[in-house]
Design a protein around this ligand. Structure first.
Ligand code: CA
Length: 383
């Protein structure tokens, strides 16, 4: 009992000291701040992308939220690597995971503005002010003087990207390039010569063979959980979908042992494929394939999909028109969803979106992707 009391007293003492240090960091000139931020702006007339980094010099945080206030009329359009929500001039960015003492985190967002785009001066981490009082955060600003590119039309709360903020050849920011099996000759790069909107897109040089798989991927952490996921991307390509099975879109399904839900082609028409059991939608009979559609060549094509995890439904539109052979809607359809429905209780929970190329035997293609939208309502094809 006495030992227990002594330990409790020591613990309380340690807590009090920690609290005093935190207060001192927020109020005393010259004391180290509890957190510091950097704010990297890439702006053009009417819009900007900000890359934000926050470093935690205070106590370890099991979860974290960075808040700030815009001085002007900045409006967040979309965010990545954090859930960025704006209310009036106040913005909060909730990260995923913990932020240990000495740790740092990065996230970004795209926003619109008019007039002056001042750096926020009141960053706070879990309510504790960052940076020294009166000293603004480190800011670097790059102002683009070329023709401004309006933000892609984006559903409320959606994650949308036209790749216009990409500055290098390798996609970065919210995008990660991955070679899932073994690194071969397939490549994914930012292309400044071909675009659906603006001046940039992502180009995928897809090569046949298992080792040449390549994807550009982003997580879905910016979307609210528990709702259907809508996706939209514009794609153009140079080689007709082959007879053999190929994939140009993959989403990790955490409800299917992390296996991919894949969109691609087979028998020269679009199809969905479930990696875990190789089920195809539509069935690959002539009557099934006839209810799908080829992917048009050498022209930008708008592809939209809806993954409804709660009901196990899947919807697909090409240039705004539903494709009969690419629907799982709760009503069995001959030649279309027989393989798919053989597994009852399919309830996908997709956690990312990857665009690229994966062939399993033969099939080369060069593809461009642009104006990607991920949202909880249908994006449409105007963006
Ligand atoms: Ca673009």
């Amino acid at each position: 009992m006495r030992i227990g009391i002594a330990r409790l007293t020591a613990a309380l003492g340690a807590t009090a000291v920690t609290a005093a240090l935190v207060v001192a960091g927020g109020t005393s000139a010259g004391a180290a701040p509890a957190c510091t931020t950097t704010y990297q702006l890439n702006q053009w007339t009417g819009g900007f992308v900000a890359q934000v980094a926050v470093s935690n010099a205070g106590a370890a945080l099991p979860s974290w939220t960075l808040t700030w206030t815009f001085a002007g009329d900045q409006r967040v359009v979309s965010g990545w690597n954090a859930t960025v929500v704006q209310s009036g001039r106040t913005v909060s960015a909730a990260g995923t995971g913990a932020l240990p003492t000495g740790g740092s985190a990065q996230f970004g967002f795209q926003a619109t503005y008019s007039g002056t785009n001042a750096t926020p001066a009141d960053f706070a981490l879990n309510g504790v002010r960052c940076n020294d009082d009166g000293v603004p955060p480190t800011t670097t600003t790059t102002t683009t003087t070329t023709t401004p590119v309006p933000p892609v039309d984006c559903p409320s709360g959606g994650v949308c990207d036209g790749f216009e903020d990409q500055t290098g050849v390798t996609p970065s920011g919210r995008w990660t390039v991955g070679s899932p099996n073994c690194s071969g000759t397939g490549t994914a790069s930012v292309d400044s010569a071909v675009a659906h909107s603006g001046s940039k897109s992502v180009r995928v040089d897809g090569r046949a063979g298992y080792c040449n798989h390549v994807f550009v991927g982003t997580g879905l952490s910016g979307l609210p959980a528990g709702q259907p996921v809508f996706g939209r991307f514009w794609v153009r390509h140079t080689t007709a979908l082959p007879e053999a099975h190929v994939t140009f879109l993959a989403m990790r399904d955490s409800a299917d042992n992390g296996k991919d839900l894949r969109m691609g082609g087979q028998n020269r028409a679009l199809q969905w494929n479930r990696e875990s059991d190789d089920a195809t939608l539509p069935e690959q009979s002539p009557a099934g394939v006839a209810q799908s559609a080829p992917l048009p060549l050498n022209t930008w094509t708008c592809v939209e999909f809806r993954v409804d995890g709660a009901n196990g439904h899947l919807s697909t539109w090409v240039n705004g028109t539903a494709v009969a052979g690419l629907q799982v809607d709760g009503v069995p359809t001959a030649d279309v969803d027989g393989q798919w429905l053989r597994r009852t209780g399919w309830r996908p929970a997709v956690t990312d979106l990857r665009l690229g190329w994966e062939s399993y035997g033969s099939g080369d293609d060069t593809l461009w992707f642009d104006d990607v939208a991920l949202a909880t309502s249908r994006p449409g094809c105007s963006g």
